[in-house]
Design a protein around this ligand. Structure first.
Ligand code: HEM
Length: 200
């Protein structure tokens, strides 16, 4: 029941977008709106994934960590949908053009690399892969920070005016990466216990 509620909450932006599409509420260029919104929701969920361990610690609520995989997988779903919309609406499934877009447009290349990281994380998110990769699993999944940085660079590179939101997102991501680096440099005494709880 709890799991179903979490998935319902994470799916709600997609449902709202589908309804908006169905009832013609996505503005003058609905296809662009779908690309933009799925991109934004990917970043929102990636920020949430990164914030969850700290939130669990501050709120003394380790159960939050149990939802982290669902949030991460939904981030991958939104990123893949965003990619799919790009290939469908902007490229009309001209796969040769996808190659040239990736090579010629830096923001597409950066977004594509962010998506590849999320793909690797989604594939290795099962118990089997956690066991198989051992310590390397944790290192691989720390790449969520790299994906987040690439995501805001991708966002920033395509903006020509109205820098408000990209700068706001970049500041949040910079802060999160800074905190991560700071925490790595100064491990807390009870870090082993935290790691056992999956709180990092
Ligand atoms: C983790 C992966 C990704 C994230 C987080 C992401 C995020 C975003 C964001 C936030 C926007 C701008 C939304 C706005 O202006 O309000 C955007 C736009 C865009 N993204 Fe991505 N993106 C990702 C991957 C990709 C990939 C793999 C591609 C294509 C190969 C791609 C192609 C585009 C394009 C073409 C636009 C601009 C559409 C337009 O305005 O014409 N993105 N993305």
């Amino acid at each position: 029941m709890k799991r179903a509620l979490i998935h319902a909450a994470l799916a709600s932006p997609a449902v709202l977008l589908a309804l908006g599409w169905q009832y013609g509420r996505l503005g003058v260029d609905p296809q662009k709106t779908l690309i933009w919104e799925t991109g934004i929701w990917t970043i929102n969920l990636l920020i949430l994934v990164v914030l969850m361990p700290s939130a669990a610690r501050w709120a003394h609520w380790p159960a939050v960590i149990g939802c982290r995989r669902a949030v991460g997988l939904w981030a991958f779903v939104y990123a893949s949908t965003h990619f799919l919309f790009f290939v469908t609406f902007l490229l009309g499934w001209d796969i040769m053009r996808l190659g040239s877009e990736i090579v010629e447009r830096p923001y597409v290349l950066v977004g594509f690399n962010a998506w590849l990281i999320l793909l690797a994380m989604a594939v290795t998110s099962t118990r089997g892969w956690v066991r198989r990769l051992g310590r390397r699993w944790r290192r691989l999944h720390t790449l969520v920070y790299v994906a987040l940085v690439l995501a805001v660079v991708h966002y920033g590179l395509m903006i020509r005016s109205d820098w408000g939101w990209p700068v706001a997102y970049a500041s949040v991501v910079l802060l999160l990466v800074g905190l991560r680096v700071f925490r790595r440099g100064a491990p807390a005494p009870e870090s082993a216990k935290r790691r056992e709880m999956g709180l990092r």
